[in-house]
Design a binder for this molecule. Structure first.
Ligand code: ATP
Length: 340
């Protein structure tokens, strides 16, 4: 795998975020009990031309973050602001923030042609007028995701396409409104191994070409490292480690990230292995939900029930410790000062 980041044009290391998330908290009501805290006071920014990876096991809260950013889930508290503008109208926000979903089989309507899927958002968002301008814009979108000859592809229905081709259509559709932000929630986990890297490379190229800010949600640490400049590791709704992707993945500081890195499945897993991993993730999700209910009630370090280095002090909320340049871990092990 060539390093997608090494050929990156020099970018301003810290341009202002185009999307700012501050203290985002999402609680789900539970029948007859306390609400379940799926996201706990999360803050981060997405920057133009950069990819931030959000990693964690099933049930850690990644999809809830994406749903809140896409305004499909109302936060319990905190804010999500577009380019420093707190009150963007719903239509303008939806144009700027687009999503690519995990399942390209479910995200396209089987009754409609590819042309219909792309023409609709172009016209609805005023990016192209009906008729010849929309024809040209559909063609351009298809070519930009390498679906050619564009005229043949435009006439097809989803069932006539492979999984990878469908995901390319879904990406083209997300680009139609010319967004500034793309939220990609496990965009390749349902695809055949052989085409996963092609689709991730395509997203990477489109990010550069259009200066998109990309949030890449994944279970896969290898592709998180390869395709992102920064990584946030989430456990039970809390970011337990964040920093430059090489740093976090090659030198993990938090016991949870270490565990993830040690148990990471290979990117080249077969479809059967991927299915087995998915079943395991669903089991994990059920376990995490049960644990999360307890954690919501208890406080302290969310990972202490599984942590091999657990200490008495972990019953208290851990500090955010600097463990390297721009690299932080939420852990008592890295508390500054005398040994405890
Ligand atoms: N609509 C909902 N109502 C109640 N609880 C929910 C809802 N959606 C998610 N949860 C719970 O919130 C927690 C976080 O779930 P979320 O789907 O955000 O995690 P995830 O990391 O994206 O997992 P996966 O990779 O399986 O999608 C889990 O405990 C989950 O059971």
């Amino acid at each position: 795998m060539t390093d997608a980041r090494s050929s990156a044009p020099a970018v301003d290391p810290s341009p202002a975020p185009v999307l700012e998330v501050s203290d985002l908290t999402v609680d789900y009501p539970q029948r007859g009990g306390r609400p379940l805290r799926a996201v706990d006071h999360l803050s981060f920014g997405l920057r133009a031309g950069q990819t931030l990876a959000l990693v964690g096991e099933s049930g850690s809260g990644k999809s809830t973050v994406v749903r809140a950013l896409a305004r499909l889930q109302r936060p319990s508290s905190g804010t999500v602001q577009l380019g420093g503008r707190p009150r963007t109208g719903a239509a303008a926000y939806r144009r700027e923030v687009q999503m690519v979903f995990q399942d390209p089989f479910a995200s396209l309507n089987p009754a409609h042609t590819v042309d219909h899927h792309l023409r609709r958002p172009l016209i609805a968002t005023g990016r192209a007028r009906r008729g010849a301008p929309a024809d040209a814009a559909v063609r351009e979108l298809l070519e930009s995701v390498n679906l050619t000859p564009a005229a043949d592809m435009a006439a097809k229905r989803p069932h006539e396409l492979s999984g990878g081709q469908r995901q390319r259509v879904a990406i083209a559709r997300a680009l139609a409104p010319e967004p500034r932000i793309l939220l990609a929630d496990e965009p390749v986990s349902m695809l055949d191994v052989s085409i996963r890297l092609e689709i991730l490379n395509l997203l990477d190229q489109l990010k550069r070409r259009h200066g998109l800010a990309l949030l890449y949600v994944t279970h896969d640490l290898a592709t998180a490292r390869h395709f992102s400049s920064e990584v946030m590791v989430m456990y039970r709704g809390t970011v337990v480690e964040r920093g430059p992707s090489d740093e976090v993945i090659l030198n993990p500081a938090h016991p949870y990230t270490k565990l993830l890195a040690e148990s990471a499945p290979s990117t080249g897993a077969s479809r059967e292995q991927a299915r087995a991993a998915r079943r395991e993730r669903l089991d994990q999700r059920a376990r995490r939900t049960a644990e999360q209910r307890e954690a919501t009630a208890e406080g302290g370090c969310p990972f202490r029930g599984r942590c091999p280095s657990v200490m008495d002090i972990c019953a208290q909320r851990p500090p955010v410790a600097a463990v390297g340049a721009g690299h932080q871990a939420l852990c008592w092990l890295h508390r500054e000062g005398p040994e405890h």
